[in-house]
Design a protein around this ligand. Structure first.
Ligand SMILES: Cc1cc2nc3c(=O)[nH]c(=O)nc-3n(C[C@H](O)[C@H](O)[C@H](O)COP(=O)(O)O)c2cc1C
Ligand code: SF4
Ligand code: SF4
Length: 437
């Protein structure tokens, strides 16, 4: 059995699966049920300042995108931070932490960008016994209009300033949660590091309108005839989140900064992907909201089985393992050559690969041979783009096969060069080293 115990900036949990700050972590009732189901930790639904709590809309707050089988792919919400009184949340957090000392309990906080506000709330949170705090610099709707959430996360100077206050006024580890609604994710991450953050977590939700009600001419979800942009999350955002995690993990300025990976984690495999790209653990929201708390059991057993099968003993064995293999386009090996290959036994002769290649790629797949439907790759035309692999409805029916060095590439008429060569030295590159000589 692989050891799934997680130590994230000194916060210990029996596994790396935490619930992200959101409705699943809004109250003791939920969190207790989540811990019973097996979650390693939670980030409590974001707390605001003492005083009258925020007010949510009393109508629909979600919109969604579905796959053809009605499986939820993307979720959009216009919910604010917790609308429960601060004192009640704090009391419940204290009780839950006492009942579940081995689980991680992190408090998410969002108060105005004023030093006194942060100074006031931190001791109250510390008193609950929470293991750490997460700064919500990500909420893209409602709170950002009030100068909080993403409004802070989009200004690196503010991030650095608030992180500094938090490091000054609490001994709890500080996790800075970043907004993806920014051009270059490395900048807020660097600012958080400069302020002294112990870690970053990402992503929060993405600005989005998921659909428009064409009868009422208003975005969904529609509240009294009007809609607003919401925050997008769920499986659809995973690719964006993975890229942002990798960007921070490989940036020399933030290299080694602990990362909590968030965004579309639904299976153990998603979690493993975040972790090999540099995340020390993962947080989950939409998958729990869609399938319930027990989904964590499949995540735990799946991760464990994969690690056992591959001989990975603990999470340190996998964290960041793929980071050295993430590079810039200019460093990809231009001498590498692959060709598509169709398994004729698996092919159901639907023709999708042919039409995709014929209309939009390189006219490299037959459709008819001797008057019979037959789909086969013509190696002398195939550029190896793998579009056909992605449109084929039969998994593993089309595979990409790398050509060995020295083999003749029928398209170019040249043998495959065994040497690595990239764009920086390519003769067609006006900026290349060779061209400069
Ligand atoms: C309904 C809803 C409410 C959320 N509320 C918060 C919040 O209060 N604080 C916060 O930091 N993130 C909040 N989030 C964002 C999630 O914590 C998480 O970053 C995001 O949903 C991406 O993860 P996922 O794809 O697993 O859902 C909320 C998400 C949803 C769907
Ligand atoms: S890899 Fe690209 S070029 Fe080759 S057959 Fe497939 S779609 Fe056509
Ligand atoms: S898309 Fe796949 S199944 Fe369909 S014809 Fe091409 S190889 Fe066969």
């Amino acid at each position: 059995m692989a050891d799934l115990r997680n130590n994230f900036v000194g916060i210990k949990s029996p596994n790396p699966f935490w619930l992200a700050s959101a409705p699943p972590t809004d109250k003791a009732y939920n969190v207790e049920r989540a811990f019973k189901a097996g979650w390693g930790g939670v980030v409590w639904k974001t707390l605001g300042s003492e005083g009258p709590p925020v007010v949510n809309v009393n109508g629909p707050r979600y919109g969604a995108i579905w796959g053809a089988d009605r499986r939820l792919l993307g979720l959009n919400n216009i919910e604010l931070i917790t609308d429960r009184p601060l004192q009640i949340n704090l009391q419940e957090m204290k009780q839950v932490k006492m009942n579940w000392p081995d689980r991680a309990l992190v408090a998410s906080i969002m108060v105005p960008c004023v030093e006194e506000e942060w100074k006031a709330i931190l001791p109250l949170v510390e008193e609950t016994g929470a293991d750490g705090i997460e700064l919500n610099f990500g909420c893209p709707h409602g709170m950002s209009e009030r100068g909080m959430g993403a409004a802070v996360g989009q200004v690196p100077e503010y991030i650095e300033m608030v992180v500094r206050w938090c490091k000054q006024y609490t001994r709890m580890p500080v996790i800075t949660k970043l907004t993806p609604n920014i051009a270059d994710i490395r900048k807020p991450a660097r600012a958080a590091k400069a302020g002294g953050t112990d870690a970053v977590s990402l992503i929060n939700t993405i600005n989005s309108i998921v659909s428009v009600d064409l009868d009422n001419f208003a975005p969904n979800p529609t509240v009294g005839g009007k809609g607003t942009h919401g925050g997008y999350c769920g499986p659809a955002v995973k690719p964006i989140a993975l890229n942002m995690v990798a960007e921070i993990a490989r940036d020399p300025e933030t290299y080694g900064l602990p990362i909590s990976g968030i965004g579309g984690v639904t299976t153990w495999r998603d979690a493993a992907e975040f972790m090999v790209l540099g995340a020390g653990n993962v947080q989950v929201c939409t998958a729990a909201m869609t399938y319930g708390f027990k989904i964590v059991q499949e995540m735990i057993s799946g991760l464990n089985d994969w690690m056992d099968a591959k001989g990975h003993r603990n999470l340190d064995d996998i964290t960041g393992r793929a980071v050295p293999n993430v590079t810039d386009w200019q460093y990809l090996n231009l001498n590498y050559v692959a060709k598509a290959h169709i398994d004729q036994d698996a092919c159901i002769k639907c023709g999708r690969c042919h039409i995709a290649c014929e209309d939009t790629s390189h006219q490299a797949i037959t459709s008819m041979v001797n008057g019979v439907r037959h789909f086969e790759v013509m190696e002398d035309e195939c550029v190896g783009c793998n579009l056909c692999v992605n449109v084929c409805p039969v998994e593993n029916c089309i595979t990409m096969v790398g050509l060995d060095a020295g083999t003749l590439d029928q398209r170019t008429g040249r043998p495959v060069d065994p040497n690595y060569a990239n764009w920086t030295t390519h003769p067609n590159n006006p900026m290349s080293v060779q061209a400069a000589e």
